[in-house]
Design a binder for this molecule. Structure first.
Ligand code: SME
Length: 156
């Protein structure tokens, strides 16, 4: 991923800054959650060439796979399990620089090396999470957290 950023000459911050208004325009006036999740996953994957970008929706005590871009993934994740289930439980964004160091990380694909999970919250309740996986270590930082939290707030 770092190589791609250098090739295009655009920093992560610049990419998010130009992507954000595009996503805002894309989801504006569209109330369908699944449609918006599908376009957001596609836009993020296309912009950053992430290994996997997708959503899980809360269904009872589990997360269930929702629109995504990338290789096939685990279908269900229990509350408090893995990075996704932990972000749900803690109601906060989790940045995992090295998935092998995260106790209980769920390896849907062995190529995944680092990860960020952003909960979608309404009325203090998590109703979905956005999960992004990278095949490089240390891919995610505060810039990702800030912009991704703004992006998921658009589709609620
Ligand atoms: N690694 C995640 C599982 C979802 S996949 O990465 C798509 C986790 O530990 O929750």
């Amino acid at each position: 991923m770092a190589e791609n950023l250098q090739i295009t000459g655009k920093s992560k911050e610049e990419r998010y800054a130009s992507l954000f208004p595009q996503i805002a325009a894309l989801v504006e006036g569209e109330p369908d959650l699944i449609a918006n999740m599908a376009n957001v996953a596609a836009a993020l994957r296309q912009t950053f060439d992430f290994f996997w970008v997708g959503f899980y929706r809360v269904d009872g005590e589990q997360l269930v796979l929702a629109p995504f871009q990338g290789p096939v993934a685990c279908t269900r994740i229990r509350y408090g399990k893995g990075v996704c289930g932990t972000a749900w439980k803690e109601k906060q964004t989790l940045i995992v620089p090295d998935v092998d160091q995260f106790p209980g990380h769920i390896a849907c694909n062995s190529a995944s090396r680092s990860e960020i999970v952003v909960p979608l919250i309404q009325n203090d309740t998590v109703y979905a999470v956005l999960d992004i996986d990278s095949d490089s270590l240390n891919s995610f930082d505060e810039t990702d957290r800030i912009y991704l939290e703004k992006i998921v707030a658009l589709i609620g």
